[in-house]
Design a protein around this ligand. Structure first.
Ligand code: XMP
Length: 326
């Protein structure tokens, strides 16, 4: 639409004015915000941008490919992919406590991203070409939440992005800081990003690791990824994507129960469907999904994912339950 075209043009102008001829990097998470911010900067300064995608192996089925193929095809951006799956699995081995999982993932992520950023900086050489800017997908509500109506929190972090070491300092480029989520999605559409990326439901940074109740292993991730993909596919097919806020699928990896599947008895794991409606994730209600849709999801998961022999439904509001199980 006209306004989206305006927003895009205005931001492109501003980004060009801010970055000039310098180099800039952007971390992609698989989420909407970083993708739209990256796409805007690419449109503004083209090859001066290098995107970095740390693949921690905790994304859902197809999401890493979305970044590596679809995002690149849609934007023409230069992408550096770091395959850190083994590293994250090693760091998470034996860990079951939810907050410990989050801490480990956050810590490893920063380390891997720093290393990648150093490589990009080194490859860019120096002088006028130095990498001086880092793109962040900060939205208007984040700006308000962090205490600065005029964005003081982030202006203060100018040349000192929280958490990065002294020898890696960047000035922030935040092209989404005046936008709300729905506007970001429209800008993403305007820029030609894939619909699955633009309309992606909220997904936690620690990813599937906090949807496996118990230790995170490669096998468990593979099981959950399949079950989650089926649930998402059926919700989309039923046209329910925009009616629900999100629908985590949770693998109770340490629980087993007896079932009959195919030609015999099995001793498999349950998954929990956690469909919720919400305005802002602070409170939520369980979504009253049609029985037919639930039945299809349950049948498909238990037929197609050998290790899962039960599908259960979480009917708890928030509070008292949180949306995620960890
Ligand atoms: P809860 O489970 O607290 O989740 O009701 C509220 C919203 O936040 C998301 N969530 C996270 N997002 N890192 C994130 O980036 C996290 O560690 C995290 N934990 C929960 C959750 O998916 C929901 O949308």
């Amino acid at each position: 639409t006209w306004t989206m075209v305006n927003i895009v043009e205005e931001q492109v102008e501003r980004i060009r004015a801010q970055i000039g001829t310098k180099r800039v990097i952007c971390g992609l998470s698989g989420g909407v915000d970083s993708a739209v911010a990256g796409a805007l900067v690419q449109k503004a300064v083209g090859d001066q941008l290098t995107c970095v995608f740390v693949d921690h192996g905790l994304l859902r089925k197809g999401e890493a490919e979305q970044v590596e193929k679809d995002f690149v095809a849609a934007t023409g951006a230069t992408l550096k992919v770091v395959d850190a799956q083994e590293r994250f699995l090693k760091a998470l081995a034996g860990v079951t406590d939810p907050e410990t999982k989050r801490k480990i993932i956050g810590r490893e992520f920063i380390r891997v991203f720093e290393q990648a950023a150093r490589e990009v900086v080194a490859e860019a050489g120096d002088g006028d070409e130095a990498v001086e800017f880092l793109v962040q997908g900060t939205l208007y509500p984040d700006v308000v939440e962090s205490g600065g109506g005029t964005g003081t929190a982030n202006i203060k972090s100018h040349h000192n992005v929280g958490g990065l070491p002294d020898d890696l300092q960047f000035t922030l480029v935040e092209p989404l800081r005046e936008l709300f989520k729905d506007e970001v999605r429209k800008v993403g559409e305007e820029l030609g990003l894939p619909a699955e990326m633009v309309w992606r439901q909220p997904f936690p940074g620690p990813g599937l690791a906090i949807r496996i109740i118990g230790e995170v292993t490669a096998e468990r991730l593979a099981i959950l990824r399949e079950a989650d993909a089926i649930a998402r596919e059926e919700l989309t097919r039923a046209g329910l994507d925009r009616d629900i806020w999100q629908c985590p699928v949770v693998l109770l990896a340490d629980v087993r129960s007896v079932g009959v599947q195919g030609d015999g008895r099995t001793y498999g794991h349950p998954v929990v469907l956690r469909p919720v409606t919400s305005e802002d994730a602070m409170t939520a209600d369980w979504a009253r999904l049609p029985y037919e849709v639930l039945a299809t999801i349950s049948n498909r998961i238990t037929n197609e994912v050998r290790e899962i022999n039960r599908v259960t439904l979480d009917i708890t509001s928030k509070p008292p339950g949180t949306i995620e199980w960890e």
